[in-house]
Design a protein around this ligand. Structure first.
Ligand code: AMP
Length: 249
């Protein structure tokens, strides 16, 4: 069984980004980029299924600029077998990525596609759902546990107040939530091994996909600045402030 895993190159979660002076976008020049954290969890889930003898091959896919190769190398170091970069300098929106992934699903015929539940840069939480719709596959989003048996995936998913368990007929699309696993620490020997694993590059045109953005960003602005905190002389002063100034938000 083949598993396709989607990994996006995003601004590292520890970086505080600013807005460009013309308010057209977030400024990512000279900023550290990393694999999207939920995608790291998705790769770990796929690799664990391979280690358990359930999957035979894990293919990592990234859509974006040439530097997304680094993101794919991280996925290969975690344990993916090979990688595909769909290279484009266009600003790829979730619908475009979903169409590219659909084209790769048609080519590779995986039994399972695992994505992150959301990319931490656009916070869209759309790509997995759009892919499932375009490829006409069953989907389970926000997965906190995945078990594959007998041509079906049994997925526990996070819902308000607990977990819902779904049984999906394969092939299917699953999106990974934070509690699915804790990704392994990538070791130096595995980083070295990853450099030798196959990484193919294709362009959206070769997949017959038009990636022209459908949405236009009007403006990007910084969140309002928070007022600085104050140090109080003691408990009595704190009680007084709570009585007179504290607000229920
Ligand atoms: P989003 O819908 O943008 O929040 O992204 C949800 C998930 O779709 C991510 O966690 C990735 O697994 C996948 N994804 C989104 N954009 C890309 C991309 N450019 N390349 C590969 N995977 C992506």
């Amino acid at each position: 069984m083949k598993i396709l895993v989607a990994v996006k190159r995003v601004v590292d979660a520890n970086v505080k980004v600013g807005v460009k002076s013309d308010q057209s976008d977030v400024d990512i020049a000279n900023v550290k980029m990393s694999i999207n954290p939920f995608d790291e969890i998705a790769v770990e889930a796929a690799v664990r299924l391979k280690e358990a003898g359930v999957a035979t091959e894990v293919i990592a896919v990234s859509c974006g600029v040439a530097q997304s190769q680094d993101t794919l190398r991280t996925a290969l170091a975690i344990g993916a077998d090979r990688a595909i970069l769909v290279e484009s300098n266009a600003r790829l929106q979730p619908l475009a990525v979903a169409k590219l992934l659909k084209a790769l699903v048609d080519r590779e015929a995986p039994q399972l596609v695992i994505l992150g539940k959301q990319a931490i840069d656009d916070d869209s939480n759309q790509t997995g759902q759009m892919l499932a719709a375009l490829a006409d596959l069953p989907q389970a989003t926000f997965a906190s546990d995945i078990a594959v048996d007998n041509g079906r995936a049994v997925v526990a998913r996070e819902v308000d107040g607990g977990a819902e368990t779904l049984s999906l007929k394969l092939p299917a699309v699953i999106t990974a939530d934070l509690r699915l696993n804790e990704p392994r620490y990538v070791t130096l020997p595995n980083i070295m091994k990853a450099k030798k694993k196959p990484l193919d590059t294709i362009r959206p045109e070769e997949l017959g996909v038009d990636v022209t953005p459908r949405l236009h960003t009007l403006k990007v602005s910084e969140p309002p600045k928070r007022a600085p905190g104050v140090t109080l002389p003691g408990v009595q002063a704190l009680i007084e402030k709570l009585k007179t100034e504290a607000k229920v938000l």
